[in-house]
Design a protein around this ligand. Structure first.
Ligand SMILES: NC(=O)c1ccc[n+]([C@@H]2O[C@H](COP(=O)([O-])OP(=O)(O)OC[C@H]3O[C@@H](n4cnc5c(N)ncnc54)[C@H](O)[C@@H]3O)[C@@H](O)[C@H]2O)c1
Length: 278
């Protein structure tokens, strides 16, 4: 098993990508502490895994709660090998000229300050062991403009930057720090945006399949969970500071439909000339 004898804390583990990662990590032998603000669903989900999972209510915008969750995980497991920071929201949406400042600040608080608190306290508990793998959810909106709302895009770009910077520090202590830039995946967050119903995962999958460069293939929570599994495990032991895309090639320019220049024509040379003999 790929995470045998490993222990993990997963923020946002009650839903979507965090929940898929919880299941996938446990399948590979990991014990997981799920942290989320959704106390009821989180506790129920954790109990479905018996001794392999536990739940702790934790709001990632509250540093004392994040610190307490990390300490509780160490107390329970004896060590913490993996922290996967998946808690997040869509946040403020709309034109820059009219974005309400309180909505901007709330979004930054969850997506950026929450990442800072998580990385800070993950590092604190991992440093004595001189090993660990920390990963955070960035987004394709964190590596390319125009893919998300302004506050979301700004915060996710910051997650990518913070990941690189912290990686350059913690590499000296044997701790790796990476991120995942997912495109829209069929989770409750995206189902809510695409269909108006967070439970309509099938509806989200149908819409995402239509918009996927990989013909008919929607992005799924399990795709991100599998990427997280690799980054969490020792298989990625020489990889740090990296932001791994799960996006069907969207951020490298893959589009739906025909590709430019896909048809053969004789070689195009200096302007107005074509063919090798022309
Ligand atoms: N689904 C996607 O398409 C997609 C794409 C790129 C990035 N992401 C990122 O992946 C992460 C997970 O997204 P998801 O699609 O699984 O969403 P989701 O809504 O299904 O799950 C997010 C979880 O985070 C929890 N959460 C929200 N605010 C919190 C807080 N302050 N403290 C603790 N927990 C909190 C929620 O209760 C929920 O359980 C987010 O950071 C999101 O921005 C998602």
């Amino acid at each position: 098993m790929r995470l045998e004898n490993k222990t993990a804390l997963i923020t946002g583990g009650a839903s979507g990508i965090g929940a898929a990662a919880t299941q996938r990590f446990i399948e590979e032998g990991c014990r997981v502490m799920i942290c989320d603000i959704q106390a009821g669903p989180g506790a129920t989900f954790a109990s479905s895994f018996g001794d392999s999972a536990s739940f702790m209510e934790c709001d990632v915008t509250k540093e004392d709660q994040v610190a307490a969750a990390m300490d509780a995980a160490v107390q329970q497991f004896g060590k913490l090998d993996i922290v996967f920071h998946s808690a997040g929201i869509v946040g403020a949406v709309g034109p820059i000229a009219t974005t309400p400042s309180p909505e901007w600040l709330f979004t930054i608080d969850v997506l950026l300050n929450g990442t800072f608190y998580t990385l800070k306290h993950a590092a604190r508990v991992m440093l004595p062991n001189k090993s660990g793998s920390i990963l955070s959810m960035a987004s394709t909106a964190g590596v390319q403009g125009g893919l998300g709302p302004h506050a979301y895009a700004a915060a996710k770009h910051a997650v990518v930057g913070l990941t690189k910077n912290v990686a350059t520090e913690l590499c000296h202590s044997g701790i790796r720090v990476n991120a995942i830039a997912a495109a829209s995946m069929a989770t409750p967050m995206v189902a809510s945006v695409l269909t108006g119903d967070p439970n309509n995962i099938e509806g989200a999958k149908a819409k995402l399949a239509e918009a996927s460069p990989l013909v008919g293939r929607p992005g799924l929570a399990i795709d991100v969970a599998n990427a997280a599994l690799w980054l969490a495990s020792d298989e990625s032991g020489y990889t740090t500071g990296h932001t791994l895309t799960t996006d069907a090639g969207m951020t490298i320019g893959a589009t739906v439909g025909e590709q430019n220049f896909a048809e053969y024509t004789p070689i195009i040379r200096e302007a107005g000339k074509s063919g090798l003999d022309g």
